[in-house]
Design a protein around this ligand. Structure first.
Ligand SMILES: Nc1ncnc2c1ncn2[C@@H]1O[C@H](COP(=O)(O)OP(=O)(O)OP(=O)(O)O)[C@@H](O)[C@H]1O
Ligand SMILES: [Mg+2]
Length: 331
């Protein structure tokens, strides 16, 4: 018997306003491991959003998604999907959740159609409805003409596309995808992005993990960054970008600079790096704002004008590296 979600019961108001996915203090310790794979994660994924999970290798992304998909049980805390506890509400969750695992879970000796047929039956579909869903999924994956080929003859990209639509066979309202675009060509990646946008437009909630920052930035309305099983930060892309100011100023000079301009600018206190290339000047500083006045003074003293000045904007990759530690940098 499915028990109500221990989290949702604490949230007043109608079910429609509740998050699609809720994690409260979610923990997972694997036997024999000193450090837990998940360590007290609190997260709420609003209905209808595309929500990105970022984190370095081993951060805990697959563990988190496996708990949501019912493949693992948490050792502490709780995870709920549309108000159903993942530990006790599997029957209800099965109908509304689609899980696209990191490693394509397809039968290599079956054809694409046979795989869809098998997984459709596992979801309780049959007859004309199942056949219609198989056809729709083949078309979504743009592989109708390869429907009757064995999967072990497929390229990695086709395998991933099939893996994705298997997760869609029963038209889930919530879709979880673990690195769905890893190691595939730009065409397959762009097809998967397009399909995810269409699903989002149709009101489906999507939780996706990825190592591609650009993908997360362009696809996701909200992002969580995790590392060592802990949630480091979560918010909209602009929220995250605002956390990390880029430390550069770019100047465009009005005329050609004298040969000693770089040496002259290097003397300005608080400046970390300066590069002069033609009429372009790139400055790196801990606090770029505080350098504007002395920079302008030094440039004007050389009889030069400034055509434009711009402050760099941080990328999601810079935020990610700053939070999780760049390779080789101490954390
Ligand atoms: N079955 C298991 N038994 C023991 N430890 C495990 C098991 N599965 C995962 N782990 C450990 O849990 C931690 C989190 O692993 P997980 O696979 O969730 O990371 P991930 O963020 O998905 O990494 P990746 O980006 O490489 O896919 C790692 O330290 C991993 O070694
Ligand atoms: Mg993983």
């Amino acid at each position: 018997m499915s028990k109500p979600c221990p989290l949702s019961t604490q949230i007043p108001g109608p079910a429609v306003g509740r998050p699609a996915i809720e994690l409260k203090g979610l923990g997972k310790a694997f036997p024999g491991r000193d450090v837990p794979a998940l360590d007290g994660i609190d997260l709420a994924v609003p209905k209808g959003t595309i929500y990105g999970i970022l984190g370095p290798n081993g951060a805990g992304k697959t563990t988190l998604m496996s708990i949501l998909g019912g493949l693992l049980k948490p050792t502490s805390g709780a995870a709920c999907i549309d108000g159903h506890d993942t530990a006790t509400g599997r029957a209800a969750i099965k109908r509304i959740l689609g899980l696209v695992p990191q490693e394509p879970a397809v039968y290599p000796t079956l054809t694409a159609r046979e795989n869809l047929d098998y997984f459709g039956r596992m979801q309780g579909l049959s007859g004309a409805h199942l056949q219609a869903r198989i056809q729709a999924c083949l078309e979504l994956a743009e592989m109708a003409e390869h429907a009757d080929r064995r999967v072990d003859q497929f390229s990695g990209g086709y395998r991933r596309r099939l893996n994705m639509v298997i997760g869609l066979i029963h038209e889930p309202r919530i879709l979880i995808l673990d690195e769905p675009t890893v190691a595939i060509d730009p065409h397959s990646r762009s097809l998967i992005h397009q399909r995810l946008r269409e699903l989002h437009a149709a009101g489906i909630t999507i939780l996706i993990s990825t190592h591609y920052m650009e993908e997360a930035e362009h696809l996701c309305q909200r992002i969580a960054i995790i590392n060592h099983g802990k949630l480091l930060v979560q918010g909209t892309v602009p929220d995250l970008l605002a956390m990390q100011r880029d430390k550069t100023i770019q100047l465009q000079l009005e005329g050609d600079p004298p040969a000693d301009l770089e040496a002259r600018l290097e003397g300005i206190s608080g400046l970390l790096e300066v590069h002069v290339a033609g009429r372009c000047v790139l400055i790196v500083a801990e606090q770029p704002d505080s350098l504007v006045a002395p920079l302008m003074r030094a440039i004007h003293e050389r009889g030069l004008g400034v055509r434009s000045m711009s402050f760099g904007t941080a990328s999601l990759e810079q935020v990610f590296l700053a939070l999780t530690g760049s390779p080789g940098a101490p954390k």
